[in-house]
Design a protein around this ligand. Structure first.
Ligand SMILES: NC(=O)c1ccc[n+]([C@@H]2O[C@H](COP(=O)([O-])OP(=O)(O)OC[C@H]3O[C@@H](n4cnc5c(N)ncnc54)[C@H](O)[C@@H]3O)[C@@H](O)[C@H]2O)c1
Ligand SMILES: O=c1ccn([C@@H]2O[C@H](COP(=O)(O)OP(=O)(O)O[C@H]3O[C@H](CO)[C@@H](O)[C@H](O)[C@H]3O)[C@@H](O)[C@H]2O)c(=O)[nH]1
Length: 331
């Protein structure tokens, strides 16, 4: 019995693979290394280089590795890029997910965990955001994820597949044991960028907009530690194995920090007063995104360990330091 982790050479998938291995499960990672790194695949996991949209390959991997469940992380993740290249995003996130789901159904896989996003809500009518708020994504990225959620919902009605779509809020931090972290070639995430600036990989950074309708004028987000998120995936799999119904669940802590508060935390924890510029608003940024996070706690029994901004930042900084000794551009 093995879990197939697509995108397991990437940031979140590698942490989920670690959590599965730590729990004594077998893991096979399928990743095309378009963004991830071979070295990021945890020791102990089997690795297949290839595309999650390659139906025949997925069927073969499922059969050869005795796969009984799929965690699907592979995808393209940069919101502004999805506005410029929408058809690439629909292909990689929706068309390839369809092929993967087809291979899963045809192979008799019954348990499927999908990486969705708070981006499916678009500009929410209010916060905290409940799972049953209407889905009105404002980017091709968000729409590509919403479409995959809908496909899974329909497939789950027609077939023996059951799924959990986890809608992540802002994922940050790194494995507390230093085994993995965020290495993306094209970093856009606030805590990653602030950590790179603190550790000298960037000369300065910018705050995108100080005129939002928030207490300090900067955007508020719900930052969740990647290891807590990885744990939610393991619990979601156990939930399905115990007969749980298909569902969607927000993954966040239910509280938010502003961009200025995050930068303040990175300066405080690192002890470095790095340069921060003001910049224009970034298109498509909602003022505040905070999860209503009751469902994941109640249904999965999820209890976060790292609901502490300074701990998230500490782990992100430690990982950034450790990257100085790695060849991150060599896959
Ligand atoms: N990082 C976040 O804050 C965040 C928030 C919400 C949702 N998500 C979702 O979580 C998932 C993982 O994100 P991440 O931050 O770890 O990104 P990442 O880029 O670090 O990892 C994605 C991995 O998928 C691989 N990949 C991409 N397309 C593939 C394909 N067609 N076949 C096989 N492998 C492929 C890449 O090489 C990479 O290793 C994505 O689906 C993303 O949309 C991320
Ligand atoms: O150098 C930077 C980077 C970011 N920000 C701001 O920081 C906030 C958070 O930005 P970022 O870390 O890029 O995350 P989001 O744009 O909120 O998007 C993330 O979180 C979403 C869920 O909330 C996911 O859907 C996306 O995939 C994921 O990238 C936003 O207000 C940004 O404008 C800055 O001011 N300066």
């Amino acid at each position: 019995m093995t879990v197939l982790v697509t995108g397991g050479a990437g940031y979140i998938g590698s942490h989920a693979a670690l959590a599965l291995l730590d729990g004594g499960r077998n893991v096979v990672v399928l990743d095309n290394l378009s963004q991830g790194y071979r070295w990021a695949v945890p020791t102990g996991a089997a690795f297949v280089e290839g595309d999650c949209g390659d139906y025949d390959l997925v069927r073969r991997v499922i059969s050869e590795h005795d796969v009984t469940a799929i965690m699907h992380f592979a995808g393209s993740i940069i919101v502004p890029e999805s506005v410029i290249y929408p058809l690439e995003y629909y292909y990689n996130n929706t068309v390839n997910s369809r092929a993967l789901a087809q291979a899963a159904v045809d192979s008799g896989i019954e348990h499927f965990i999908f990486s969705s996003t708070a981006g499916v809500y678009g500009e929410p009518k209010s916060t905290p955001i409940l799972e049953d708020f209407s889905l009105k994504p404002i980017s091709p990225y968000g729409t590509s994820k919403m479409m995959t959620e809908k496909m899974l919902a329909d497939a789950a009605i027609a077939h023996d597949l059951r799924y959990v779509a986890l809608r992540y809020f802002n994922v940050a931090g790194a494995d507390p044991k230093g085994r993995s972290g965020q290495t993306s070639r094209k970093a856009t995430h606030l805590i990653k960028i602030a950590s790179q600036t603190a550790t000298g990989a960037r000369p300065q950074m910018a705050i995108y907009g100080e005129d939002y309708d928030t207490p300090d004028g900067t955007c508020i987000r719900d930052y969740i530690h990647v290891s807590d998120l990885a744990k939610a995936h393991v619990l979601a799999l156990e939930y399905l194995e115990d007969g749980g119904e298909s569902d969607v669940m927000n993954c966040g802590y239910g509280r938010g920090f502003s961009v200025k508060e995050v930068i303040g935390a990175v300066k405080r924890v690192s002890g470095i007063d790095f340069a921060v510029e003001r910049a224009e608003r970034r298109p498509g940024d909602p003022a505040a995104l905070i999860a209503a996070a009751d469902r994941v706690r109640e249904k999965l029994g999820w209890t976060p360990e790292y609901d502490d901004l300074d701990a998230i930042v500490r782990h992100a900084l430690d990982w950034e330091e450790s990257l100085k000794t790695r060849q991150v551009d060599a896959a």
